[in-house]
Design a protein around this ligand. Structure first.
Ligand code: LMR
Length: 325
């Protein structure tokens, strides 16, 4: 009996040591868990760990906890994080093509963005940073941007002289300059404080980001402008991705695809809910933008398209425009 037990223990120990430690996959992002990206990342963890039980462990780091803007791309290159999902506005150091997504008033709505991302041109851009060691695993939605500040801004003239926080995008910089405003590139984690202390007067963001980061508590007015989009590309370090065992890469690919579909559903279904929550909080006044005023904003910002046509490519801009119905 005793011998049997010893034998069983030895076999168990051998089995345990033979089993390889799980591959750790760190997935870092800058927004809150409740946002579409936050929920998609958690769904990815759940699905990947189910599909690849014992083979992978996914660690999700939200809220710029591990790496914020400006650091996460570098961390990805160094292998300190394996998956990140920056907004499409944050890739211009690596490819100029993705700047197309920042052109003001290009997409009518998130459905148009989706159609463009699913098109051949959109899909081709997923591999546009391969040469820089970055592989695109898929696009992920957030939503259309709204413009906020401490004064109502029905016309572009109302933005003149105001300081706006922008993501690190030259297109967005040009967009605000086009209306005589002063754009300032700031990391997402610094926006709340910059608004609170008056370092900037306003910002542009989606309803889920505004609500989950409480920007509406430090802004008096939000124009329901839908003037642009914040969407993401989920990316991995190409070398790391290629080095994964085939079954792990397949499992992670499937989990990513499903988690993106889940996140996209959240993005479309909950956008209105986040807007309703901002309105219900009654801190910032949400103002509609009339058709006429929307036209005026569009006309003021549209020259930016021409300005970046050379870098982005006229054909790509046309293809994106075609995605509107
Ligand atoms: C921002 O910086 O405003 C956004 O890109 C944050 C995000 O990831 O949604």
């Amino acid at each position: 009996m005793k011998l049997k037990l010893i034998l069983a223990a030895a076999l168990l120990a051998a089995g345990l040591t033979a089993q390889a430690a799980p591959i750790i996959v760190k997935y870092s992002h800058v927004v809150a868990d409740q946002t579409p990206k936050g929920q998609a990342a958690l769904k990815f963890k759940e699905l990947a760990e189910k599909k690849l039980a014992g083979k992978v462990e996914v660690q999700v780091f939200p809220n710029s906890q591990l790496f914020g803007d400006g650091k996460e791309m570098e961390a990805l290159a160094l292998g300190d994080v394996q998956i990140i999902a920056p907004s499409l506005s944050k890739f211009s150091k690596y490819t100029k093509k993705l700047q197309v997504f920042d052109l003001p008033f290009l997409f009518d709505d998130i459905q148009a963005v989706d159609r463009f991302q699913s098109s051949k041109e959109g899909q081709d851009m997923l591999s546009s940073m391969k040469g820089k060691g970055i592989v695109g695993l898929g696009y992920l939605h957030n939503g259309m941007k709204q413009l906020s500040s401490n004064k109502p801004m029905p016309t572009p003239a109302d933005a003149k002289g105001l300081k706006f926080r922008i993501q690190s995008s030259d297109v967005l910089e040009a967009q605000f300059k086009a209306v005589g405003a002063n754009p300032q590139k700031l990391a997402f984690s610094e926006v709340y404080q910059a608004l609170q202390t008056g370092v900037v007067d306003g910002q542009e963001n989606t309803w889920s980001n505004i609500y989950s980061k409480k920007f509406h508590e430090v802004q008096k007015y939000i124009m329901n402008s839908n003037h642009g989009v914040i969407d993401y590309m989920v990316v991995a370090n190409g070398k790391w991705w290629d080095s994964l065992p085939a079954d792990v890469r397949k499992g992670l690919s499937e989990a990513m695809k499903e988690s993106i579909a889940f996140g996209n559903k959240v993005a479309t279904e909950e956008d209105d809910e986040f807007k309703a929550k901002v309105i219900a909080d009654n801190k910032a006044k949400v103002l509609p933008l009339s058709k006429e005023n929307t036209m005026a904003w569009r006309a003021a910002m549209k020259p930016v398209w021409k300005q970046f046509e050379g870098e982005i490519g006229a054909d790509l801009i046309k293809a994106a425009e075609k995605a509107n119905k």
